[in-house]
Design a protein around this ligand. Structure first.
Ligand code: ATP
Ligand code: MG
Length: 452
């Protein structure tokens, strides 16, 4: 008997307790799905899902008196909260027909674990475990885990036809674990990718973001560029687009996906790198020497990024951060005080740190700049910014030691001219022409008033 407890991350005591309560009431119960997969991989699962032969009303009876959240008893799911951790317990079920490629038309509760496992997406996700029975692996999930394979349970075409989201789930799991997608599953994924148009944008966004943040995202983006660009058609022109420039070794797609792999797995940063050069094909020109240019591509990329983010219903914060970083991915960045202060003023501290990361990843992915040169540059930039910020510099009107009221006291009248004067004072402070001290600033302001 394979014991999760021996070689693997074992279920928490509370999960075992829930299994035991069901067992004692005469029902079968197992931990199932992602938690079994992750345990067998030696990873700590996000959550522990339980499945059981108990019908919804029987579950409700077994857990009467516990802290319950009745999220979906109609669909056979009861959530029991133990020590602040929610556990989803679901009656074994069959999914009815999927006429919309996503939602089963009805669910049927059953007493047979094997049938419940059969409706699950991939063999590695279709395993269950209980202390009584050990591992239940009807579809070769353990062997596929060992061989690093994502394989549909049953016929891949049928499974993707039932629910097209599974196509992106396959890519997502492969990108996270560094698995390959089994041949028939991969073929079906390509063939059925167009049906992803029927899936809600938010669901697609979640899967793509997880895929992009996977440790092995680059391999998946390369191997399944056709699937990705079916979902994101705005990006199709990037694939194979020859840049014809000595600054770039790879085509636009290959450069972009390498840039994805070169930045840390933060959703906004990964999306930024995927999209930062998406406007290049549209901006492309060739000069007399046959060299390619993409002047102004940053703005086109930002507009494409906006379409992609809106289309995927991305949250506002990520949306705004990605658009700014895409549009500014190419700005002049040097460890120079005045330049940094102006950027701090325009973009804020967090975005300037982001831009250093974006530049670093972009340059690493060009394949023409020595890696250590790029890393040294990034280190210098970070250090310069750290040191500058540690000196508590003034780079915004908020930090300026004079206000509109102070200017009024020396004769300025409220209005546009006063706003301009404040900005001129900030410029003078950033340029080192005036100290950020009230008296000095007021003296400086008087010279401005004089100019007018
Ligand atoms: P993680 O929680 O790490 O994202 P997971 O495998 O637990 O991965 P969930 O979305 O939490 O993914 O789903 C739990 C289980 O339900 C899966 O392991 C799988 O058995 C099943 N499942 C989830 N989504 C689908 C689907 N679209 N089609 C078929 N089975 C699914
Ligand atoms: Mg899960």
């Amino acid at each position: 008997m394979i014991s999760l407890v021996d070689r693997i991350v074992s279920p928490p005591d509370d999960a075992l307790k829930l299994l035991q309560m069901l067992h004692e009431a005469g029902f079968d119960a197992y931990v199932v799905g992602g938690c079994v997969r992750d345990s067998l991989l030696g990873k700590t699962p996000n959550d522990w899902d339980i499945c059981t032969s108990a019908m919804p009303d029987e579950m409700a009876r077994v857990f009467k008196g516990q802290h319950l959240v009745e999220t979906g008893l109609k669909h056979g799911t009861l959530t029991v909260v133990m020590n602040h951790v929610p556990y989803e317990i679901t009656t074994y079920r069959l999914d009815g027909d999927y006429t919309d490629h996503r939602h089963p038309d009805k669910v049927v509760f059953i007493r047979d674990l094997r049938e419940d496992l059969r409706r699950r997406d991939f063999t590695v996700n279709a395993m269950a475990w209980s202390p009584k029975t050990g591992l239940v692996d009807c579809f070769g999930g353990q062997a596929d885990l060992e061989n690093g394979l994502i394989r549909c349970v049953g016929n891949a075409d049928e499974r993707f036809e039932e629910d097209a989201l599974r196509i992106l789930r396959a890519l997502r799991f492969a990108a996270i674990y560094g698995f390959r997608i089994e041949e028939k599953t991969a073929e079906a994924a390509r063939r059925m990718a167009c049906t992803l148009s029927e899936i809600a944008a938010e669901r697609i966004q979640v899967e793509l973001t997880k895929l992009l943040c996977g440790k092995h995202a680059v391999e998946m983006l390369r191997e399944f560029s056709d699937v990705i660009t079916t979902v994101l058609p705005d990006l199709r022109p990037m694939v194979g687009f020859d840049q014809r420039t000595p600054y770039h070794r790879w085509d636009v797609w290959e450069h972009s996906i390498r840039a994805v792999g070169a930045i840390r797995p933060d959703p906004a940063l990964r999306w930024t790198m995927l999209l930062h050069d998406s406007g290049k094909p549209a901006a492309f020109t060739i000069d007399d020497q046959g060299v390619g240019h993409a002047k102004g591509h940053q703005v086109i990329s930002a507009s494409i990024a906006g379409q992609v983010m809106d289309g995927l219903r991305m949250d506002r914060q990520t949306h705004d951060r990605v658009l700014l970083l895409v549009e500014k991915h190419d700005i002049d960045m040097r460890p120079e005080k005045q330049l940094l202060l102006r950027q701090l003023n325009r973009f804020g501290k967090d975005r300037v740190y982001d831009l250093i990361e974006v530049h670093r990843a972009d340059r690493l992915a060009k394949g023409t700049v020595p890696e250590d040169e790029v890393e040294d540059w990034a280190l210098d930039m970070r250090r310069a910014l750290d040191d500058l910020l540690a000196s508590m510099p003034c780079f915004s009107l908020k930090q300026l030691k004079v206000s509109g009221n102070d200017l009024m006291s020396i004769g300025f009248r409220p209005g546009k001219a006063m706003g301009e004067a404040l900005n001129r004072l900030l410029e003078a402070v950033i340029d080192g022409d005036c100290a950020n001290e009230t008296d000095a600033l007021l003296t400086y302001a008087k010279t401005l008033a004089h100019e007018e």
